[in-house]
Each structure stands twice: as C-alpha cells, then as structure tokens.
Design a protein around this ligand. Structure first.
Ligand SMILES: CC(C)(COP(=O)(O)OP(=O)(O)OC[C@H]1O[C@@H](n2cnc3c(N)ncnc32)[C@H](O)[C@@H]1OP(=O)(O)O)[C@@H](O)C(=O)NCCC(=O)NCCS
Length: 301
C-alpha cells in the first residue's frame, strides 16, 4: 500500500471518573468497539449492581472502564475491564486494574478473564484458574415448552416454574454453590428472568434462570448438585427458545451438560478463565453438593 501522508497524534491524557457519572451510551459504544454483545440494558443492570471507573480523554470520550461488584464485605467480582482498541498495550488496562484494587483494599478479588486479558491478570497475581466455556447458537430442541410441570427423564423429581416464594431457597443453593451471599445479584436478576426449579423430597434441589442478554437470551445462573439435575431445569428454557439465540457460560468440566447444549444446537464460541486474587473466587461448600452448572454471566460469575 502506498503511503500518502503521515501525522503524529499526541498521546492521550486520561482522567478517571466514577462510572455512574458518564453517559451510559458511551459505555455501550466502548463495549461495542471491542466486539462485546452487551445491550444498554445489560450495562444498566451492572451499573445498578456495582461500582466502577471510567477513563475519559480531554474531550469526554470514554476510552476505558473497570467495574466491581461487592458480593460481600471481603469479596469483589471485577468485570467490564475494557480499553479502546487504539489505546491498548500502552498500560491503561493495568492502570485501571490497579485503581480498582486500591479502591477495594483488603478484598479478595474474582473475575472471568478473556484470552487477551489473562496475561495482565496473571502478572497482577491472579491464579486459581478454572476454564469456562461459552456456548451459544440458535437452539433446536425436539419439543416445545407447554409451561406445565414436567417430569425429567433422568433427574428424579418434578420441574416447575419458579415462584416468588422460592427466593430464599434459590439464595441458599447459590450460597452453597459459590460460597457467597449473592442476594444483590438475585434481586437484580429475578425481575427480568424466567426460572425453573427441580423439586425433590419437598425441597428445591436445582434451579435455572434465563433472561434477555446480548444477542438473545442467556441461560444462567444454573445451580445443581449434578449435571442431570442441571439439564432437567434447563430443558424447559431451551424448549421455550426454540429457533432463537441462546447462550450459556459453563465450567469446562461439565461435560454431560455441554453435550446437552450441543444436542440443543449450541456450539462453543469462546472460552474464558475464572481467576482469583487471594483465594479461589467461587468454592462450593461441599464436594457433592450444589455447584455452578452455568454462570449468570461472565461479568457476574
Ligand atoms: C484486556 C485489555 C483490557 C488490556 O488492556 P490494555 O490497555 O491493552 O492493557 P495494558 O496496556 O495495561 O497491558 C497489560 C498487559 O497485557 C498485555 N496485553 C495487552 N493486550 C494483549 C493481547 N491482546 N494479548 C496478550 N497480551 C496482551 C500487555 O502486553 C501487558 O503485558 P505486560 O505488562 O507484561 O507488557 C484490552 O485488551 C481490552 O479491552 N480487550 C478487549 C476486552 C477484554 O477482553 N477485556 C478483558 C475482560 S476480562
């Protein structure tokens, strides 16, 4: 290619602001610039759930972000670390992370790292890695949902839609699966989600939520003690979204569940790495008890 002319542009001077002070449209534009599928409403939910910083240039353009969600006094989930592509590999990502750490001194940190970000997080001391697979696609189940309670062929028990009175049981299961009291997450997710629960011995043994996100809907969080239970509560959601776009982010060791996703028409799109600074970010209370079959999202965990 022939060069016609050259111009050297000055380097940016960035100012950090509270992320809630900037125009949400600018945040959305930034996530689009790195190819992320978030809608305005996905940003909105995160802004209600957590805190964060926005790096702006001299004329108010948002060129970087980082957020954190304080699930408990001593734990922060870091998310939405983004720098504008033309600014990358010049230190802005590391700067934003260091500021997030400073503002949450004493906390243990967790996050889900994209491939690009993994090296940065490792160099900041993050470890306890667990692979997370992102499945997505147009779903094609064999039969459509009726909205009626159904018996699952493999999991013992009855699957039915979630009710408002199930809230405490969902929180208890999630706490047992993650080690955190994530009531703020459920308060934010439940109004916009549909849900299915598995009842066994008069108790809720598993649940799966599903809500609009990105290009379609996201299936998660799903908490169950076995992958078969996780499939039982997921199947009605898959059936309800026949012909439309569905996504699920699942720990890579859930091979029975990922086969179910593949049989439902979804494919691996990408992978991420769950990482922690200080200790493992999510720890089930017991080895055979409830665990995460799918995340609420990569940002939320
Ligand atoms: C990941 C991201 C935030 C890094 O931001 P950045 O401004 O480039 O970060 P820095 O310049 O501070 O670089 C930090 C380190 O990451 C490395 N790095 C940056 N981009 C990289 C890439 N594409 N692949 C591998 N390493 C990369 C840098 O070389 C640097 O390492 P070093 O300190 O050992 O030299 C940025 O690439 C981005 O916004 N990516 C798209 C969104 C994303 O994936 N966000 C992460 C969410 S978990």
């Amino acid at each position: 290619m022939e060069t016609i002319a050259r111009l050297k542009i000055d380097t940016f001077e960035l100012t950090l602001l509270d992320i809630k002070q900037v125009d949400p449209q600018l945040l959305h534009a930034l996530s689009i610039s790195v190819g992320w599928p978030h809608r305005n409403s996905d940003w909105q939910m995160l802004l209600e759930l957590g805190q964060g910083l926005a790096a702006v240039d001299e004329i108010g353009r948002v060129v970087g972000t980082v957020m954190w969600l304080r699930y408990e006094a001593d734990f922060a989930m870091v998310c939405m670390l983004i720098t504008l592509p033309r600014l990358q590999e010049q230190g802005a990502g590391r700067w934003l992370m260091e500021k997030a750490h400073e503002l949450n001194e004493g906390a243990v940190f967790g996050l889900n790292a994209t491939r690009e970000a993994k090296r940065l997080y490792r160099s900041l001391g993050y470890g306890y890695e667990q692979k997370i697979l992102r499945y997505q696609g147009q779903v094609t189940p064999e039969r459509r949902a009726t909205g009626m309670a159904t018996h699952s062929p493999k999991a013992e028990g009855l699957v039915r839609p979630v009710a408002a009175s199930d809230y405490d049981s969902l929180l208890r299961l999630d706490h047992a699966a993650t080690g955190h009291d994530r009531s703020i997450v459920f308060q934010a997710l439940l109004p916009g989600s549909s849900g299915q629960v598995l009842i066994r011995n008069d108790e809720i043994a598993a649940f799966a939520l599903c809500r609009p996100f990105g290009r379609g809907h996201v299936l998660g969080p799903i908490v169950a003690a076995s992958e078969d239970d996780g499939i039982a509560v997921s199947r009605p959601h898959v059936e309800a979204h026949a012909g439309s776009f569905l996504r699920a982010d699942t720990p890579a060791n859930n091979s029975v569940f990922t086969n179910f996703l593949i049989e439902s028409g979804m494919q691996i799109h990408d992978s991420a790495t769950s990482m922690g600074l200080g200790r493992a970010p999510f720890a089930p209370r017991s080895a055979n008890g409830p665990r995460r079959i799918a995340l609420a999202s990569q940002a939320i965990g």
